[in-house]
Design a protein around this ligand. Structure first.
Ligand code: ATP
Length: 312
Protein backbone atom coordinates (compact mmCIF):
# COMPACT_ATOMS: atom_id res chain seq x y z
CA UNK A 1 0.00 0.00 0.00
CA UNK A 2 1.16 3.55 -0.76
CA UNK A 3 1.10 6.16 2.02
CA UNK A 4 0.72 9.82 0.99
CA UNK A 5 1.68 12.57 3.44
CA UNK A 6 0.24 16.09 3.27
CA UNK A 7 1.40 18.14 6.25
CA UNK A 8 -0.27 21.39 5.14
CA UNK A 9 -3.42 20.50 3.17
CA UNK A 10 -5.88 23.12 2.03
CA UNK A 11 -9.32 23.61 0.60
CA UNK A 12 -8.65 24.88 -2.89
CA UNK A 13 -11.29 27.45 -3.78
CA UNK A 14 -11.56 28.62 -7.31
CA UNK A 15 -13.54 31.77 -8.17
CA UNK A 16 -14.18 32.30 -11.89
CA UNK A 17 -14.74 36.05 -12.32
CA UNK A 18 -15.24 37.97 -15.54
CA UNK A 19 -13.58 41.18 -14.36
CA UNK A 20 -11.81 41.52 -11.03
CA UNK A 21 -12.62 44.81 -9.33
CA UNK A 22 -9.71 46.03 -7.24
CA UNK A 23 -10.81 48.01 -4.17
CA UNK A 24 -14.45 47.09 -4.79
CA UNK A 25 -16.94 44.21 -4.65
CA UNK A 26 -16.72 41.26 -7.04
CA UNK A 27 -19.57 38.75 -6.98
CA UNK A 28 -19.02 35.13 -7.95
CA UNK A 29 -21.46 32.31 -8.71
CA UNK A 30 -19.70 29.10 -9.72
CA UNK A 31 -17.39 28.53 -6.78
CA UNK A 32 -15.51 25.24 -6.71
CA UNK A 33 -14.14 23.92 -3.40
CA UNK A 34 -11.94 20.84 -3.46
CA UNK A 35 -9.68 18.90 -1.12
CA UNK A 36 -6.32 20.32 -2.09
CA UNK A 37 -2.68 20.47 -1.20
CA UNK A 38 -0.13 18.66 -3.34
CA UNK A 39 -0.32 15.38 -1.41
CA UNK A 40 -4.07 15.14 -1.87
CA UNK A 41 -3.59 15.54 -5.64
CA UNK A 42 -1.13 12.64 -5.48
CA UNK A 43 -3.67 10.62 -3.47
CA UNK A 44 -6.48 11.22 -5.95
CA UNK A 45 -4.37 10.17 -8.93
CA UNK A 46 -3.00 7.02 -7.22
CA UNK A 47 -6.61 6.12 -6.35
CA UNK A 48 -7.89 6.78 -9.89
CA UNK A 49 -5.11 4.52 -11.20
CA UNK A 50 -6.63 1.74 -9.08
CA UNK A 51 -3.83 1.39 -6.52
CA UNK A 52 -4.45 1.00 -2.79
CA UNK A 53 -3.38 3.97 -0.65
CA UNK A 54 -3.90 5.73 2.64
CA UNK A 55 -3.67 9.52 2.91
CA UNK A 56 -2.27 11.04 6.10
CA UNK A 57 -0.96 14.31 7.49
CA UNK A 58 -2.60 17.00 9.63
CA UNK A 59 -6.20 18.23 9.52
CA UNK A 60 -8.14 20.49 11.85
CA UNK A 61 -11.43 22.30 12.40
CA UNK A 62 -14.39 22.57 10.07
CA UNK A 63 -12.26 22.81 6.97
CA UNK A 64 -10.36 19.69 8.01
CA UNK A 65 -13.70 17.89 8.41
CA UNK A 66 -14.72 19.07 4.92
CA UNK A 67 -11.55 17.55 3.44
CA UNK A 68 -12.23 14.25 5.20
CA UNK A 69 -15.77 14.16 3.85
CA UNK A 70 -14.47 14.86 0.32
CA UNK A 71 -11.98 11.99 0.63
CA UNK A 72 -14.78 9.73 1.90
CA UNK A 73 -16.95 10.67 -1.09
CA UNK A 74 -14.11 9.80 -3.43
CA UNK A 75 -13.50 6.49 -1.64
CA UNK A 76 -9.94 7.44 -0.62
CA UNK A 77 -8.78 5.85 2.65
CA UNK A 78 -7.35 8.35 5.13
CA UNK A 79 -5.93 8.56 8.62
CA UNK A 80 -5.02 12.15 9.46
CA UNK A 81 -3.81 13.40 12.81
CA UNK A 82 -6.15 16.01 14.38
CA UNK A 83 -4.86 19.49 15.17
CA UNK A 84 -6.51 22.31 17.14
CA UNK A 85 -6.00 24.89 14.40
CA UNK A 86 -8.17 25.28 11.33
CA UNK A 87 -6.97 23.75 8.03
CA UNK A 88 -6.22 26.52 5.54
CA UNK A 89 -7.89 27.76 2.37
CA UNK A 90 -6.13 28.54 -0.90
CA UNK A 91 -8.04 30.90 -3.14
CA UNK A 92 -7.53 31.21 -6.89
CA UNK A 93 -9.29 34.08 -8.67
CA UNK A 94 -9.59 33.18 -12.36
CA UNK A 95 -10.29 36.46 -14.08
CA UNK A 96 -9.99 38.77 -17.09
CA UNK A 97 -9.56 36.12 -19.77
CA UNK A 98 -6.98 33.71 -18.38
CA UNK A 99 -5.41 35.64 -15.50
CA UNK A 100 -4.98 33.81 -12.19
CA UNK A 101 -4.55 35.71 -8.91
CA UNK A 102 -3.89 33.52 -5.88
CA UNK A 103 -4.34 34.17 -2.16
CA UNK A 104 -2.67 31.40 -0.14
CA UNK A 105 -3.07 31.16 3.63
CA UNK A 106 0.08 29.97 5.40
CA UNK A 107 -2.05 27.67 7.55
CA UNK A 108 -2.22 26.79 11.23
CA UNK A 109 0.76 26.66 13.60
CA UNK A 110 1.52 23.15 14.83
CA UNK A 111 2.34 22.56 18.50
CA UNK A 112 4.96 20.12 19.77
CA UNK A 113 2.20 17.86 21.10
CA UNK A 114 0.47 17.80 17.70
CA UNK A 115 3.75 16.98 15.98
CA UNK A 116 4.34 14.09 18.43
CA UNK A 117 0.82 12.77 17.87
CA UNK A 118 1.32 12.84 14.11
CA UNK A 119 4.63 10.97 14.43
CA UNK A 120 2.87 8.22 16.39
CA UNK A 121 0.18 7.87 13.69
CA UNK A 122 2.81 7.92 10.96
CA UNK A 123 4.95 5.27 12.68
CA UNK A 124 1.94 2.97 12.87
CA UNK A 125 0.95 3.57 9.23
CA UNK A 126 4.46 2.76 8.03
CA UNK A 127 3.94 -0.85 9.18
CA UNK A 128 1.28 -1.41 6.53
CA UNK A 129 2.96 0.54 3.71
CA UNK A 130 5.69 -0.18 1.20
CA UNK A 131 6.27 3.33 -0.12
CA UNK A 132 5.52 6.86 1.05
CA UNK A 133 5.15 10.15 -0.80
CA UNK A 134 5.65 13.47 1.02
CA UNK A 135 4.37 16.54 -0.76
CA UNK A 136 4.25 20.25 -0.25
CA UNK A 137 5.26 22.80 2.34
CA UNK A 138 5.60 22.20 6.07
CA UNK A 139 3.20 24.12 8.31
CA UNK A 140 4.46 26.72 10.79
CA UNK A 141 5.77 25.18 14.01
CA UNK A 142 7.52 22.26 12.28
CA UNK A 143 11.26 22.53 11.78
CA UNK A 144 12.64 22.42 8.22
CA UNK A 145 14.24 19.08 9.15
CA UNK A 146 10.84 17.47 9.87
CA UNK A 147 10.79 15.58 6.56
CA UNK A 148 14.29 14.23 7.37
CA UNK A 149 12.84 12.72 10.52
CA UNK A 150 10.01 11.14 8.51
CA UNK A 151 12.47 9.79 5.94
CA UNK A 152 14.63 8.25 8.64
CA UNK A 153 11.61 6.56 10.25
CA UNK A 154 10.49 5.19 6.87
CA UNK A 155 13.92 3.83 5.99
CA UNK A 156 14.22 2.14 9.38
CA UNK A 157 11.16 0.12 8.34
CA UNK A 158 12.40 -0.47 4.78
CA UNK A 159 9.87 1.94 3.25
CA UNK A 160 11.01 4.04 0.27
CA UNK A 161 10.36 7.80 0.16
CA UNK A 162 9.43 10.13 -2.69
CA UNK A 163 9.79 13.75 -1.61
CA UNK A 164 8.26 16.68 -3.49
CA UNK A 165 8.89 19.86 -1.57
CA UNK A 166 10.88 23.06 -1.99
CA UNK A 167 12.87 25.74 -0.17
CA UNK A 168 14.29 25.11 3.30
CA UNK A 169 12.44 21.78 3.72
CA UNK A 170 14.02 20.41 0.53
CA UNK A 171 17.48 21.74 1.44
CA UNK A 172 17.32 20.18 4.90
CA UNK A 173 16.09 16.82 3.55
CA UNK A 174 18.78 16.64 0.89
CA UNK A 175 21.46 17.53 3.45
CA UNK A 176 20.15 15.06 6.06
CA UNK A 177 21.97 11.83 6.88
CA UNK A 178 19.22 9.68 5.41
CA UNK A 179 18.29 10.78 1.87
CA UNK A 180 14.92 10.52 0.13
CA UNK A 181 14.85 7.88 -2.64
CA UNK A 182 13.39 10.32 -5.17
CA UNK A 183 13.17 14.09 -5.47
CA UNK A 184 11.51 16.09 -8.23
CA UNK A 185 12.91 19.61 -7.95
CA UNK A 186 12.49 22.20 -10.70
CA UNK A 187 15.40 23.98 -12.34
CA UNK A 188 15.54 26.82 -9.78
CA UNK A 189 15.32 24.41 -6.85
CA UNK A 190 18.26 22.31 -8.09
CA UNK A 191 20.24 25.49 -8.74
CA UNK A 192 19.64 26.51 -5.11
CA UNK A 193 20.69 23.05 -3.89
CA UNK A 194 24.00 23.08 -5.77
CA UNK A 195 24.63 26.81 -5.32
CA UNK A 196 25.05 27.39 -9.05
CA UNK A 197 22.83 27.69 -12.10
CA UNK A 198 21.78 24.27 -13.43
CA UNK A 199 22.97 23.93 -17.03
CA UNK A 200 20.25 22.17 -19.00
CA UNK A 201 21.93 22.96 -22.32
CA UNK A 202 25.15 21.05 -21.66
CA UNK A 203 24.68 17.37 -20.81
CA UNK A 204 28.17 16.74 -19.42
CA UNK A 205 27.98 19.76 -17.10
CA UNK A 206 24.45 18.76 -16.09
CA UNK A 207 25.59 15.23 -15.24
CA UNK A 208 28.38 16.59 -13.04
CA UNK A 209 26.00 19.01 -11.33
CA UNK A 210 23.44 16.29 -10.54
CA UNK A 211 26.20 14.03 -9.20
CA UNK A 212 27.83 16.66 -7.00
CA UNK A 213 27.75 17.05 -3.22
CA UNK A 214 24.68 15.71 -1.44
CA UNK A 215 22.87 15.06 -4.73
CA UNK A 216 25.30 12.21 -5.49
CA UNK A 217 23.65 10.08 -2.80
CA UNK A 218 20.09 10.52 -4.03
CA UNK A 219 19.04 7.59 -6.22
CA UNK A 220 16.40 9.34 -8.31
CA UNK A 221 16.52 13.02 -9.28
CA UNK A 222 13.85 13.94 -11.79
CA UNK A 223 13.54 17.39 -13.30
CA UNK A 224 10.20 17.59 -15.08
CA UNK A 225 10.01 20.11 -17.89
CA UNK A 226 6.28 20.49 -18.57
CA UNK A 227 5.53 19.96 -22.29
CA UNK A 228 9.23 19.13 -22.83
CA UNK A 229 9.08 15.95 -20.74
CA UNK A 230 11.87 15.43 -18.22
CA UNK A 231 15.54 14.88 -17.44
CA UNK A 232 16.39 12.25 -14.86
CA UNK A 233 19.23 10.68 -12.93
CA UNK A 234 18.93 7.14 -11.56
CA UNK A 235 22.09 6.02 -9.73
CA UNK A 236 24.77 6.95 -12.27
CA UNK A 237 22.58 6.70 -15.36
CA UNK A 238 21.00 9.77 -16.96
CA UNK A 239 17.86 9.86 -19.06
CA UNK A 240 16.11 12.29 -21.38
CA UNK A 241 12.37 11.70 -21.57
CA UNK A 242 10.35 13.03 -24.49
CA UNK A 243 6.57 13.17 -24.62
CA UNK A 244 4.07 13.78 -27.44
CA UNK A 245 2.42 17.18 -27.72
CA UNK A 246 -1.04 17.49 -26.20
CA UNK A 247 -4.10 19.71 -26.41
CA UNK A 248 -3.68 20.75 -22.81
CA UNK A 249 -6.80 21.60 -20.79
CA UNK A 250 -5.35 22.36 -17.31
CA UNK A 251 -1.72 21.48 -16.45
CA UNK A 252 -2.00 22.57 -12.79
CA UNK A 253 -1.21 19.55 -10.60
CA UNK A 254 0.69 17.72 -13.36
CA UNK A 255 3.78 17.63 -11.15
CA UNK A 256 1.78 15.95 -8.37
CA UNK A 257 0.26 13.51 -10.86
CA UNK A 258 3.78 12.70 -12.04
CA UNK A 259 4.75 11.84 -8.44
CA UNK A 260 1.68 9.56 -8.25
CA UNK A 261 2.85 7.73 -11.39
CA UNK A 262 6.43 7.35 -10.13
CA UNK A 263 5.08 6.05 -6.81
CA UNK A 264 2.87 3.39 -8.28
CA UNK A 265 5.49 2.19 -10.76
CA UNK A 266 8.24 2.11 -8.09
CA UNK A 267 5.91 0.28 -5.76
CA UNK A 268 5.50 -2.52 -8.29
CA UNK A 269 9.28 -2.58 -8.89
CA UNK A 270 9.07 -1.52 -12.52
CA UNK A 271 12.27 -0.83 -14.47
CA UNK A 272 13.71 2.72 -14.33
CA UNK A 273 12.51 3.34 -17.89
CA UNK A 274 8.95 2.23 -17.06
CA UNK A 275 8.97 4.31 -13.86
CA UNK A 276 9.84 7.38 -15.92
CA UNK A 277 7.22 6.59 -18.56
CA UNK A 278 4.50 6.00 -15.97
CA UNK A 279 5.17 9.33 -14.23
CA UNK A 280 5.18 11.20 -17.51
CA UNK A 281 1.88 9.64 -18.58
CA UNK A 282 0.06 10.40 -15.32
CA UNK A 283 1.36 14.00 -15.60
CA UNK A 284 0.11 14.21 -19.18
CA UNK A 285 -3.26 12.66 -18.34
CA UNK A 286 -3.74 15.30 -15.65
CA UNK A 287 -2.99 18.07 -18.15
CA UNK A 288 -5.87 16.73 -20.27
CA UNK A 289 -8.45 17.07 -17.47
CA UNK A 290 -10.17 20.17 -16.18
CA UNK A 291 -9.95 19.07 -12.52
CA UNK A 292 -6.57 19.60 -10.85
CA UNK A 293 -5.00 16.30 -9.75
CA UNK A 294 -7.20 14.04 -11.83
CA UNK A 295 -6.53 11.48 -14.58
CA UNK A 296 -8.45 9.22 -16.94
CA UNK A 297 -6.77 5.82 -16.46
CA UNK A 298 -8.40 4.45 -19.64
CA UNK A 299 -6.02 6.52 -21.76
CA UNK A 300 -2.88 5.33 -19.95
CA UNK A 301 -1.75 2.65 -22.48
CA UNK A 302 -2.30 4.93 -25.47
CA UNK A 303 0.15 7.52 -24.10
CA UNK A 304 2.58 5.07 -22.47
CA UNK A 305 3.55 3.87 -25.95
CA UNK A 306 4.30 7.41 -27.07
CA UNK A 307 6.77 8.37 -24.33
CA UNK A 308 10.38 7.95 -25.44
CA UNK A 309 13.18 7.46 -22.92
CA UNK A 310 16.83 7.57 -24.00
CA UNK A 311 20.03 7.27 -21.99
CA UNK A 312 22.19 10.36 -22.32
P1 ATP B 1 2.91 21.71 -11.05
O1 ATP B 1 3.75 22.45 -10.05
O2 ATP B 1 1.92 22.56 -11.81
O3 ATP B 1 2.25 20.49 -10.50
P2 ATP B 1 5.47 20.87 -12.16
O4 ATP B 1 6.27 22.05 -12.62
O5 ATP B 1 5.87 20.18 -10.91
O6 ATP B 1 3.93 21.20 -12.18
P3 ATP B 1 5.56 19.93 -14.87
O7 ATP B 1 6.97 19.72 -15.30
O8 ATP B 1 4.86 21.16 -15.35
O9 ATP B 1 5.50 19.76 -13.30
O10 ATP B 1 4.67 18.70 -15.35
C1 ATP B 1 4.92 17.37 -14.96
C2 ATP B 1 4.68 16.44 -16.12
O11 ATP B 1 3.32 16.57 -16.59
C3 ATP B 1 5.54 16.72 -17.36
O12 ATP B 1 6.81 16.09 -17.26
C4 ATP B 1 4.65 16.13 -18.45
O13 ATP B 1 4.71 14.72 -18.46
C5 ATP B 1 3.25 16.52 -17.99
N1 ATP B 1 2.90 17.86 -18.52
C6 ATP B 1 2.82 19.01 -17.84
N2 ATP B 1 2.50 20.05 -18.65
C7 ATP B 1 2.36 19.52 -19.89
C8 ATP B 1 2.03 20.06 -21.17
N3 ATP B 1 1.78 21.36 -21.33
N4 ATP B 1 1.99 19.20 -22.22
C9 ATP B 1 2.24 17.90 -22.05
N5 ATP B 1 2.54 17.33 -20.86
C10 ATP B 1 2.61 18.12 -19.80
Amino acid sequence: MILTITMNPSIDMSYPIETLTIDGVTRVQNVSKTAGGKGLNVSRVVHQMGVDLVASGLLGGHFGAFIKSELDKQGIKHQFSEIDGETRNSIALLHDGGKQTEVLESGPEISEREAREFLATYEELLDSCSLVTMSGSLPRGLDASFYSQLIEMAHTKGVRVLLDTSGAALQASVRGNVKPDLIKPNEEEVSALIDQKLDLSNISILKKQLSSGELADIKWIIISLGADGALAKYDNTFYRVRIPSLDVVNPVGSGDSTIAGFALAMDQDDSPVDILKTGMVTGMLNALEETTGSVNPNRFDEFFKQVKVEKI
